[in-house]
Ligand binder design. Structure first.
Ligand code: GLU
Ligand code: ZN
Length: 289
């Protein structure tokens, strides 16, 4: 089987060090397997989007020499596919509308307990849509993190596939699109371990073979906080692409040659592809950079 990997940034902010790690890890893993590395912009949540971020992210990746294969997929252009799948499930009574508020769910102990399962509510603005959990996934094997256990209550929850504000849920879109793009393996940050069980269960509900997963250790800042848009991580400066690339490659566990910075970006990446090995990734999830 031919390897197909991808990088799927959300344009809620510019590329920061944490997202560069995910970009590079997925790139090296794909290219070391002679595979394709696809690009998908996850612009699924317009209220959280930063104007101009999609273009800026792609430009930054290019400045780091990271060239993707094929055309960029945009989730904002795929609504009809997500809706079609939801309609199929609604018609088969595999999905249903829910009017529970966050407050009610919190009062039930933090997990949605199936309150609206048989309520027969019709799709209406302001209601969310949940999938009947038919294939709970309580554990999976990660290529780097090993065996991951998912809390049972989380695994069994009828999770949301369309939000009450009318936007599609990340878990649904990511699986439908990875299937559409023919992705065989997902390499991304360890902050996305938790939803992975739900994503595997979606593959099973859709009758598809799940991808394999490799969750990379997270980069933390001096204060022990992960680099993320929520934590206002600083965007990467492309004026210093080479030293930044070197730092990111060190983070990924490469033992770099002494004169590495005198190479071109292209040669640095080629060296990375040749010397990539997931056994050299740091074992700890959280590393201070
Ligand atoms: N769009 C997600 C993010 O930027 C990543 C999704 C994924 O890799 O599955 O955090
Ligand atoms: Zn409900």
């Amino acid at each position: 089987m031919n390897y197909v990997g991808r990088f799927a940034p959300s344009p809620s902010g510019l590329l920061h060090f944490g997202s560069l790690i995910a970009a590079l890890g997925s790139y090296f893993q794909a290219k070391a397997h002679d595979g394709q590395w696809l690009m998908r912009i996850e612009d699924l949540d317009p209220p959280r989007e930063m104007p101009g971020a999609s273009t800026a992210i792609l430009k930054t990746l290019e400045q780091f020499g990271l060239e993707w294969d094929g055309a960029v997929m945009y989730q904002s252009q795929r609504h009809e596919h997500y809706q079609a799948q939801i309609d199929t499930w609604l018609n088969r009574h595999q999905a249903y509308c829910c009017q529970c508020t966050r407050k009610q769910i919190k009062a039930d102990g933090g997990f949605y307990l199936g309150h609206c399962r048989h309520s027969k509510l019709l799709p209406t603005p302001g209601l969310s849509i949940r999938l009947f959990m038919q294939n709970p996934v309580e554990s999976f094997t990660d290529l780097h993190q090993g065996n991951i256990t998912i809390p049972s209550a989380l695994a069994h929850e009828d999770f949301i596939i369309k939000r009450r504000d009318g936007y599609f849920a990340y878990n649904l879109a990511v699986v439908i699109d990875d299937i559409e793009q023919g992705v065989t393996e997902v390499v991304r940050g360890a902050d996305l371990i938790e939803p992975t069980g739900r994503q595997i269960s979606l593959y099973q509900t859709l009758g598809q073979t799940p991808v394999s997963y490799l969750h990379l250790p997270l980069a933390m800042d001096e204060n022990g906080k992960k680099f993320s848009k929520q934590n206002h991580a600083k965007p990467i400066k492309t004026t210093q692409a080479k030293p930044t690339l070197m730092r990111a490659m060190e983070f990924l566990g490469f033992d770099l040659p002494k004169d590495f910075l005198s190479s071109s970006i292209e040669d640095m990446l080629q060296w990375g592809i040749k010397n990539w090995c997931i056994q050299q990734l740091p074992t700890k999830n959280h590393i201070i950079v």
